[in-house]
Write a protein of this length. Sequence first.
Lengths: 572, 351
Amino acid sequence: MSAVSAALGGGGSRGASSLLTWRALTILTTAVAVLGPLSLIVYQSFLTAPFFDARKTAGFGAYAFVFADEDFWKALRNSVIIAGGMTLIAVPLGAILAFVMERTDLPFKRWFEPLILVPSFVSPMVLSFGFVVSAGPVGFYTVWAQDLFGVAPWGLYSIAAMTVIAGLTHVPNVYVYASAALKSLGSDVEEAARSAGASPFRVAISVSLPLILPSMLFAAVLVFFLGFELFGLPLVLGDPEGILVLSTYLYKLTNKLGTPSYHLMAAVAVCIVAITFPLVLLQRKLLQGARKYATIKGKAGRMRELPLGKWTGLALAILGLYLFVTVIVPLSGIALRAFVTNWGFGVNLSEAFTLDSFRFVFQEPTHTRAIWNTILIGTVGGALTVACYTAIGFATHRRDDGWSRFVDYLVLVPRAIPGLLAGLAFLWVFLFVPFLQPLRTTIFSMWIAYTVVWLAYGMRLISSSLMQVAPELEEAARSVGASRGTISRKITLPLIRPGLIASWLLVFMIFEREYSTGVYLLAPGTEVIGAQLVSLWQGGAIDIVAALSLINIVLVGAGLAVALRLGVKLRD
Amino acid sequence: MAELTVENLHLTYGTNQILKGVSLTLNQGEVVSLLGPSGSGKTTLLRAVAGLEAPHQGSIKLRDRTIFDGAAGLDVPAEARNLGLVFQSYALWPHKTVFDNVAFGLKLRKVPADEIATRVKKALGELSLGHLAERFPHQLSGGQQQRVAIARALVYNPPVILMDEPLSNLDAKLREEARAWLRDLIVTMKLSALVVTHDQSESMAMSDRILLLNNGVIEQQGTPQQMYAEPQTLFTADFMGSNNRLAGQVSELQGDAALLTGEGWQLRGRAKPSAKMGAAGTGLIRLERVRVADGPGDNRVQPELKTSMFLGDKWEHVFNLGATMLRAHGPRALSPGKHWVELPREDFWIF
Ligand SMILES: Nc1ncnc2c1ncn2[C@@H]1O[C@H](COP(=O)(O)OP(=O)(O)O)[C@@H](O)[C@H]1O
Ligand SMILES: [Mg+2]
């Protein structure tokens, strides 16, 4: 360890050097947790057989196989189409909603905002399932539409439908960036344009839009790259018609050969990361662009809201339609489906009513364990995760050296690795590293994977809390004689406590929502609802899926209710 | 001819009354400043005139064109009022060059491109910004940004130009030069300007008339000389200069002559309308009117010198008159001990 502290430029007093050691330890642990699994994937992709197979040799065989597979190219093409299409849908819609919510006098705004964000808190697996039971061939809304109008002119199992649904459910991702940009855009520059004679529409076009354009571009890249991570949606909606995207192609590879084809999966995983990682770096670049105007953005002051007048109806209609399609349709479908024995043409809702699905869920140990584990990983696990993120945050807080920059990039890495791949990588780690093997069937394996997967997201929360502490407060402590460690514990930590509690709540919600990371880690002992849903869906247990989905929604909803109650900002 | 007339304007935020019946006029070619302590509602009033705040009662007229009338429900939107507004923060559009910032108002008015070019060049030239046309706002100094903000508000010849603390973001030295320059600019360009400021010396230096706003109402208005020399209320008197205040009892009152009695002293002065016989009163005198004398005489007291401070061009002496502090200016340092100090009757106002 002394070598490390020397490497960090240590020496000096005892206090300083032990602190450096602590810092080094944190950074090294993070590096191992992030880079270990990733390097294992890369290593595996260059083997001709699974890494534990004695017959493995190094080579490009896995890539050769994948690139020769026509399905791979189809899946890649579908991923590109869906990612591009959903970006084209989500970006304009998210921007319009943000403008309406931030700048106009739309009634009931306070109530709409959490609703707009709901799709980003509900598991995509659950949402997709909701669309199937609501708008699928025999979904509730389909049946009702056919009873009422004689037709239900939509088909769910197509690339177009997946693109539209993916676009709609990713509107919140754009919305948060667009509205944050509008918020931080000084209203004075808009008012200056109005006094110069520009109509509200002209102000939006000539002043607001160009100024939030960098943020919009950022959001567009984000959505595009989330398009490559889609898993639950294409799994649920693409499968019936055999439509594959990259992630589902990877998921189905195992079945394809009948034997564990880890080397092939690794090769596909590397291909996915090869697409997403450059996008993450591009995003980082764009974020710096978005800050370009920050130095002179004027004063964010009070502003009279733009009266919508006769447009109020239209704005409410757009918002209402969006919420109906994206939130109400899927969630109401799940809520209904969980309480009926079966559903289809000619089934009467009141006759089909039953609580059997829930009874079954609560009798079956794997399901009760899944529920219990899901709660545990969100609450206790979430707290531990926030503690880890905070430690990393402190390791780089107000230090601008090589190590801080290293961590900056390090936390970006998991962002480029879709949860499914990260879960796979951790599975291998737990199989590969002898002393970790006993942990394989404990919830710890899930927790560490979750924590690494959401590192970038969590670090953004923590560092935005840390940045809000005025440097003078820490400098003042320093000038009265406090050491760095004391300042962290006695000044900074108490000051960011509200931010940490908010982060804990947000982490709770995303951990409840998470599903893809657990897919490969699912084992007796590690059940969580999200991953359990994927496996149950594969097995066709619709009733149980509905009941567990509803329970999952309730858990997320509980977190959301507490967050709203405590006034936690649902976004940064 | 009044360019701008505001009548009985009321504005509230929630239950908080910000403007409580403000009336004012601004005549052609006049510089009027809106003066008042922080939070008195100056910015709110200016923004209400610009159409950026929603008053609920009163009216606003530009010449004979009504742009706001609470009773008639008329509220012309900000962009249709054709006023020039200079923001305290300047609010330059960071994505437009200096030229484009200034040209935007003309573009909106569908002025032909070649005319825009000449008019913008002329405006920039007048403000000595000609060489900066292609720069972006963040490449300018604070003083240059301020001039761009002014050019942007002037270029389309609005009948009235509104400025919210236009000098407050400049540093002290620059500010004194800029106020002379700004007044000169407004006068030579024959503009009518309403200028918000919280600095009384700035308002006196710059304007033809001052409106003193206190807590949402106009406390007093007049020329700078009137405001300084003939304040009607204690608030005005106190706000307009550096003063000594002495608390006492009004023990004699005849016409505009009164006698104020404090602990161990009696002083005669001019009674202001609010002075009441037998009631508590406040005497107020400008620092520069207090005179250190060499012996007893009319309206003199004998306080103890506490300290003398050197201010460069003069000294400031601080005395203790009983428990009250009395300050005076003088050309040289004084020896410690008691001194005679005169508060001339005509300069000692009793409220
Ligand atoms: N958005 C707002 N909501 C409620 N009160 C406000 C708001 N903006 C300003 N005020 C209040 O209005 C009063 C007048 O503010 P302002 O016009 O900015 O004063 P000034 O410019 O004279 O300093 C202040 O008391 C301030 O607290
Ligand atoms: Mg103000």
